[in-house]
Design a protein around this ligand. Sequence first.
Ligand code: S3P
Length: 446
Amino acid sequence: MKTVGTAQRLSSAPGHALTGSVKVPGDKSISHRALMLSALAIGESRAEGLLMGEDVRATAAAMRALGAKIAFDGDSATVNGVGVGGLMEPEDVLDMGNSGTSARLLSGLIASHDLYAVMTGDASLRGRPMARVTGPLSEMGARFAARSGDRLPMAIVGARDSVALDYTSPVASAQVKSAILLAGLNTRGETVVREKTHTRDHSERMLAAMGADVRTAVEDGHHVVRIQGYAELSPHHIRVPGDISSAAFPVVAASLVAGSELVLPQVGINPLRDGIVHALRAMGADIETRNPRDLGGEPVADLVVRAAELSAVVDLKVEPSTMIDEFPVLFVAAAAARGTSRFTGLAELRVKESDRLAAMAAGLEACGVAVTLFDDGIEIVGTGGDIPGGGHVRTHLDHRIAMSFAVLGQVAAKPVIIDDARPINTSFPGFVDLMRGVGARLEVAP
Ligand code: S3P
């Protein structure tokens, strides 16, 4: 179900208590990196438990166009890489679909290879800023020509001899950090990225596991990553944890629907990603992390969640970067909670797959929840469990807006209509069937 053809409306209404086990798909961030880095190793790598969503497929298609051989078998892939420096010039435009991670990380990879490439994406991706990566990558010697200055479609002329960079990132973004580190792989000398906010470290972990000389430190209040160029990556065998960003939807649903108890096996709980668990627990959620363990260099655990009475978020003590993709569904939890929640410092949400502050505010209002929107945040008047619902929600090609309102509908008085379910395939193929399987009432209309 790709986002082509006509929209598929989704109706969400209260079903049963949610019980059973929910196996969420592989982590999106790690799946992208597994394919990209395997494509740069010399020899055969294997990745298991990949997210087989549209975003990761876009990365796979691009890496093939750049010369890697990738064979899928269910949610596993065998990848024959070309070696750092060995990417080939793609014959056609690279279509990144809805995926900001593919577009930004691949801009980094291409930037230090002597080749020409053109990138485009869907209407959502074509509206997202690229200057945050093209700025530093230009300093490394790449050239970019982009629509409206920094939007896709964008042409990239990679540098023949890229120059190492020491970059202090002005934005809390793992995509920016990773794009520069990937460019640094095929650049002589040491490339350094410094960030004030410590963002997800999947690239650093995987690069180290594949033998790159990558070092991390804290210096002058910044998190610093150094990578030595002309790296050689060894092929690897990686097992991808379940995506905590996808788990967040059933976790919030089970927290809100009375009588629920769900088990979510093998979910990634990297401390730079698990903010949603801490935020929900602070609201009163009952979430257990059982059997914590390591899976291929990433921490995972089984999550057990039971329904609980939630109260408002008064002072979110969680670093936003550790749950940046989970705010839409946290706003749903706030709408159902008792009391008024206030969130600030979230301007980044305006440049995600949609303007998530505006999209969530509009959807919540349509469902009878009072909100006040700020430039960098939102105030949500919790209903104490009495969400009127009945709203028609616009998702703006944003998978997480669609799934957030699918969750909200499970506890709303009147059914919630979501304008288009197709974007859900970006990150969580099978979401509707999986949720129905544990008791949710969701119907896709033709
Ligand atoms: C991602 C980083 C985050 C996140 C995105 C995936 C990554 O984006 O929102 O879904 O894989 O590096 P930013 O780097 O823009 O914060």
